[in-house]
Design a protein around this ligand. Structure first.
Ligand code: ADP
Ligand code: MG
Length: 375
């Protein structure tokens, strides 16, 4: 009989927002918060830090101890600077390469500070000024003229009105007009609505977290005026293999759990894949003994997580329950080759010069599976 994984998470929701996923933790942190909170915040800065970076000790909860695992792995100071910025009158810019947890960190900061991470503007070339200010329900507008009922607030306007954290994803992809609109919003801390002869003023607790991909630089470079309204925090690419393996193991387990699939990827396999990603990314072997050509494509932690999760699905659905090297290699090759076919040649060279000579652990199996996959 085939032991097929069940694919429905208990709630039926594929991905829950941080405030739902971590509701018990947030409640315990609120209950045990002894420090002063900035006005409009649900937690003190110290407790926000504890939520983001985790704590060794569990907190007592109504149904037993509540563990507080780390959400973000990284420099404590950097997280403190981010949190302090949100309590100031400046906005926070999380910059970095793709897959460095910019969105992930901003979601968790918003959930901890405001209890909701859902006020999001997704920045694209098509983002309009209305999406950072307000628009209208045109049926109502035509029927009764401008009215509160006909006004459709943007996430930014709602954040101002409710005193909550607003997230603006990929700000540098927005056109200059949208960025300019944001300058006036941030500097005046209000949005004027001339049609109603009124303005919405930002309440305490309102703050903006924007993210920007440093690879996109040049798409729509931020103006100096807008930059001045932000504190920049740059999230580094992970360089510590043990840390990255740990994050990938945890996040892929959570992802699979959300999908209702038993997470079964052996730790040594995750460590091997993390080594491959890391060596291709940094352009040399981990021991520094040999140089490796670097593909043009991004090989981020986020992509490593998907490679591992997809491998586990393949193993779970079609193979032996624990994912094998072969299950994970298909995703790896797809990730390497996604942008540029020349990257496959670089990967072939890596296989021949670095992977093939390694005879320990899973390396021979990896070499054989990967060589078959790339042909
Ligand atoms: N330093 C880190 N700490 C915790 N998780 C990380 C870290 N770096 C990457 N990740 C994981 O990788 C993924 C990053 O995805 P995302 O936040 O969408 O990246 P970005 O927005 O920077 O492109 C998340 O699932 C996150 O858990
Ligand atoms: Mg992102």
């Amino acid at each position: 009989m085939i032991d097929a994984p069940s694919v429905l998470a208990p709630t039926g929701v594929i991905r829950q927002p941080a405030e739902v996923r971590c509701a018990a933790e947030l409640a315990a942190l609120i209950a045990h918060d002894r420090w002063p909170k900035p006005r409009g915040w649900r937690l003190s800065p110290r407790m926000v830090e504890t939520f983001v970076l985790g704590s060794k000790e569990s907190l007592p909860g109504p149904d037993g101890p509540v563990p507080i695992p780390a959400k973000f792995v990284g420099d404590r100071r950097l997280v403190q600077v981010a949190i302090a910025t949100l309590a100031s009158d400046r906005a926070l810019m999380l910059a970095g390469q793709p897959g460095t947890a910019k969105s992930w960190l901003s979601e968790h900061l918003a959930a901890a500070i405001s209890g909701s991470s859902g006020l999001v503007v997704q920045g694209t070339a098509g983002t309009t000024e209305e999406q950072v200010k307000y628009s209208w329900n045109y049926a109502l507008l035509i029927a009764q003229g401008p009215s509160d009922a006909a006004l459709v607030p943007s996430p930014v306007l709602r954040g101002m009105r409710d005193g909550a954290v607003v997230r603006i994803e990929e700000l540098t992809r927005c056109a200059a007009e949208v960025q300019d609109a944001l300058i006036s919003v941030l500097s005046e801390q209000q949005i004027a609505i001339p049609e109603l002869d009124t303005a919405v003023f930002a309440r305490r607790g309102f703050a903006v977290i924007a993210t920007a991909n440093t690879r996109d630089r040049g798409v729509n470079e931020m103006s100096a005026a807008l930059k001045r309204r932000f504190n920049f925090v740059t999230l580094p690419v992970l360089t510590d293999l043990v840390q990255e393996t740990e994050i990938v193991a945890r996040r892929s387990r959570e992802l699979l759990h959300d999908l209702g699939v038993e997470p079964v990827v052996p730790r040594d396999l995750i460590a091997l894949l993390a080594t491959v990603f890391s060596e291709l990314r940094r352009g040399e072997t981990l021991d520094g003994a040999a140089r490796v050509k670097t593909p043009t494509t991004v090989l981020s932690t986020a992509e490593l997580i998907s490679t591992v999760a997809n491998g586990a699905l393949l193993g779970g659905f079609f193979g032996d329950r624990p994912a094998t090297v072969g299950d994970c290699v298909a995703g790896l090759v797809g990730t390497v080759a996604k942008e540029n076919p020349a990257d496959l040649d670089i990967f072939r060279e890596y296989l021949a010069t670095v992977a093939k000579p390694r005879k320990d652990g899973l390396w021979p199996a990896f070499y054989a599976a990967a060589r078959d996959a790339v042909g």
